[in-house]
Write a protein that binds this ligand. Structure first.
Ligand code: NAI
Ligand code: MG
Length: 796
């Protein structure tokens, strides 16, 4: 070997340390002790806890452990600031956001160094990724503030937003929360994570410098209890949370029935799929970014490698070689790839999980080099030889640990990829664009990267499917979660659904009313009429107490069958939108043919005039037409982020939905909810109004003659509350809408926590579903869909 080649081979990195002086100076200037930032001023530090540097285990500063009283003061300040802030023109609000973006850029190095010291992430990342994205978010949302009225007509801010963020991207998560909230006209109370409060406190100073009106942004530091105090504060209108799925579920349950807005960005176990025709070297570099970015403490980390069997050995071999060159060390060293994990408890948690995993088998590979002691350092780790049920394959490790499995066919890759309770992100590597774009829609994840990974941008929504949460951050979808229709505030209580029949009517011997032949309306499951499992039926009475019919008394088993049928029919979601439209038009047409019959049935159940009943049928036909029309129009967008990629924002159905129809308007009440759900490709288990179910049990005869595939609509009659509970608890249901009283609504929201299904409930308020202005457009379409952003290489 010649000398130059020799030097090249043996050349080592020298230290390239970033100075900590300015950040330490900033901490000194604050006496290394901080209060909260409330109403534009700093509170005196109260009881404090330490914020440490996990690379050195040394304390950086003390921050105040926020009490319920502190939270209350912050919420009061945010409430007081709300009227003036939301009344500012979008242009004025946008200028503040722009000023914040400029100031973040101006102080970017201080932010980056402080972030690295407090969190342990490599300076390379905080300097080149976190902080630039923070500035980008504020710039981007300055524009949304100004364009709000045109882009979101009729929408208003929630009011006071309580925002709780994790420690893995402390300032970036703050930006993802605060920028859209302020752009929409909300005021905020934000709690940073206990391990990483410092850049949020520096950000508070930026708000001061930007002369943001006092009370618009309030920062309260603290731990889980402080977060809970924010969530449970009665004057918080909307809660936005990023963190563990465990805490996300606690928050879902805590906000149930309160009417608070809620968006959750939770955990993940994202697949990283490499096909045998991939550019292997690029896929290896991508994988390094996917799982060792930020020490693997990334909710969307590509933590499950799925590699095609034919290249598995070669790929794993190359990967191990690459792992051996990753440099673990001082995060302030500019040539370090992997810094420190956030805190000793996190290292402990990962080690415990690894121990548990070791007991279940598998091979562990770690590169053979020393890592620094005295801080929270871990080697990059690879685990092979594991089965899909292995703890390390199913659990979010949230550390520098990759698990690898192989697959043979694309179908198997999809099945393995989706075999998780999470659905945050997924990565596909293949040089075959047909293959990649065939796989992308099959993955149940909110973000899909093709031949790239961990790409983020303010213009592109980010968020999960399934137990990874709901709501989006970034892009238009991200703005939407901070806005609500202006008419929501003037909703009145719905008339309480009094007992449907006169007292005594139900107590009659049911056999007395039984007609000679069985006229009990059947349920409708999987395209077939079905008798109730219970073998019981329920009487349906007119308002004057006359018995007008009977329906099956559905139970848990009927629901189970209906959910199974709805899931089996999910091919509906990939039926062309044009075909779905045609079927809805056909349904409308067939309903119109039988308008007289349906009107008579409405009249007999409700006691209203035949003209009113006819109008209800006409409105129902019109509503079906409306959503047939929407089926191929409510669709996605293509974003142009700064990367050489496009992000295709695909509007996808949520899946199998449960719909509990309102007590009023036996036909239109069901159609108004059913039509948007079907138009967007969801399958449905529909529970008609308990009082007047016969219009829906008649409807399935129309459904049968309208080419609606079996299982797309299933009807279970019975007692609303019991059926609602079973449906809300059922893991096979992906979303539930309940037009129900306050008690049932709260129960539905609480019971939905198991698989974190998306909910819409009327909470005992009267939603006049006949109102075309409100309900013939995006209101339910948005709730029937979720956006998947597919990042695709593109550009010159
Ligand atoms: P965490 O979910 O407990 O903490 C996130 C935030 O929620 C923090 O600000 C915390 O103070 C707050 N919080 C905790 N309990 C709360 C409650 N009952 N009500 C309101 N707010 C509450 O996450 P933690 O304990 O820091 O990390 C544990 C594990 O969670 C990690 O190992 C990782 O697996 C996962 N995690 C996932 C994240 C993601 O983005 N997917 C982010 C952080 C953690
Ligand atoms: Mg810290």
């Amino acid at each position: 070997m010649n000398k130059i080649a020799q030097i090249f081979e043996t050349l080592d990195y020298g230290p390239a340390p970033e100075s900590a002086d300015v950040a330490l100076g900033w901490l000194d200037a604050h006496g290394k002790k901080f209060g909260h930032f409330i109403n534009g001023a700093w509170t005196k530090p109260g009881k404090t806890f330490a914020s440490d540097n996990p690379a050195t285990s040394k304390k950086l500063a003390d921050v105040t452990d926020g009490t319920a009283k502190d939270v209350d003061a912050a919420v009061k300040a945010a409430r007081a600031a709300f009227p003036a802030w939301s009344a500012l023109s979008g242009y004025e609000r946008g200028k503040y956001l722009y000023a914040i973006a400029r100031l973040v850029q101006k102080h970017s190095r201080l932010f980056a160094v402080l972030e690295t010291m407090d969190n342990g992430k490599p300076i390379r990342e905080s300097r080149d990724i976190d902080i630039p994205l923070v500035a980008r978010h504020f710039y981007h949302h300055a524009g949304w503030a100004q364009h709000l009225d045109r882009s979101f007509p009729g929408m208003v801010p929630y009011g006071v937003c309580g925002q709780i963020i994790p420690w893995n991207f402390p300032l970036l998560m703050l930006a993802w929360k605060i920028a859209p909230a302020l752009a929409a006209g909300n005021t905020v109370v934000l709690k940073p994570a206990e391990f990483t409060s410092l850049t949020a406190l520096l950000f508070a100073e930026i708000c001061e410098k930007a002369k943001l009106p006092k009370g618009v942004v309030n920062i309260v530091t603290g731990q889980g209890d402080t977060g809970a105090a924010i969530v449970n504060h009665p004057d918080v209108d909307k809660v936005a949370f990023t963190g563990s799925t465990e805490v996300g579920k606690i928050i879902r349950a805590a906000t149930a029935g309160t009417g608070k807005g809620l968006s959750l960005e939770l955990g993940g176990k994202s697949p990283y799929i490499v096909f045998d025709d991939a550019d292997i070297d690029s896929a290896i570099e991508g994988l390094v970014d996917a799982i060792w970015f930020n020490q693997g403490q990334v909710c969307c980390a590509g933590s499950r490698l799925l590699v095609q069997e034919s290249i598995e050995a070669r790929f794993i071999d190359k990967l191990k070689k690459r792992m051996a060159t990753l440099r673990v060390g001082d995060p302030l060293d500019k040539a370090v790839d992997i810094g420190a994990l956030v805190a000793p408890v996190q290292v402990e948690r990962i080690r415990d999980l690894m121990k548990k995993g070791a007991a279940e088998g598998g091979q562990v590979y770690e590169p053979d080099y020393d890592i620094p002691g005295g801080g929270c350092f871990m080697k990059p780790t690879l685990i092979t030889g594991v089965s899909p049920a292995h703890t390390l394959v199913t659990e979010e490790i949230f550390g520098p640990v990759l698990v690898a499995m192989s697959f043979r066919t694309p179908e198997e890759a999809v099945a393995l990829a989706n075999n998780t309770k999470y659905g945050l992100a997924a990565t596909i590597w293949s040089e075959n664009i047909n293959l990649a774009l065939d796989i992308a829609p099959k993955l149940k994840a909110g973000v899909v990267w093709i031949n790239g990974t961990n790409n983020f941008d303010a213009a592109v929504g980010f968020g999960g499917y399934k137990e990874s949460g709901f709501g989006r951050e970034g892009g238009k979808e991200g703005m939407a979660v901070y806005l609500k229709p202006s008419w929501e505030k003037s909703l009145k209580a719905a008339a309480t659904s009094a007992a449907p029949a006169k007292a005594g009517a139900v107590a009659k011997n049911p056999l007395d009313d039984a007609p000679g032949i069985d006229q009990t309306a059947k349920m409708y499951i999987g395209g077939k009429q079905a008798r109730p499992d219970s073998g019981y039926s329920r009487p349906v009475h007119a308002p004057d107490g006359t018995l007008v019919g009977e329906v099956g008394d559905g139970n848990r088993k009927d629901i189970r069958n209906a959910v199974e049928a709805a899931r089996a029919a999910l091919g509906w979601s990939t039926t062309a939108a044009h075909s779905r439209a045609q079927i809805l038009y056909f349904l409308a047409e067939n309903l119109e043919y039988r308008a007289d019959e349906f009107a008579a049935r409405i009249k007999v159940q409700t006691g209203e005039s035949i003209n009113a009943a006819r109008k209800e049928v006409g409105d129902s036909v019109e509503r079906l037409f409306a959503f047939a029309g929407w089926a191929d129009k409510y669709d996605g967008a293509v974003h142009n982020p700064p990367q050489r990629m496009i992000a295709s924002a695909m509007v996808e159905p949520i899946g199998a939905m449960a719909i509990l129809a309102p007590p009023s308007r036996p036909l239109l009440g069901s159609i108004a909810l059913l039509a948007p759900a079907l138009a967007m490709g969801n399958t449905v288990v529909l529970v008609p109004s308990e009082r007047s179910p016969l219009s829906v049990t008649d409807l399935y005869q129309v459904i049968e003659t309208s080419d609606v595939p079996s299982g797309v609509v299933n009807v279970v009659t019975g007692e609303t509350r019991a059926l609602a509970k079973t449906l809300a608890e059922h893991d096979g249901i992906d979303a539930i809408w309940a037009a129900a009283n306050a008690e049932v609504s709260a129960m539905v929201e609480k019971a939905s926590v198991g698989n974190l299904k998306q909910t819409w409930t009327s909470r005992g308020l009267y939603y006049d579903l006949a109102d075309k202005e409100k309900f013939e457009g995006s209101y339910f379409l948005q709730r029937a869909t979720q956006v998947k952003n597919v990042w695709i290489p593109y550009g010159a």
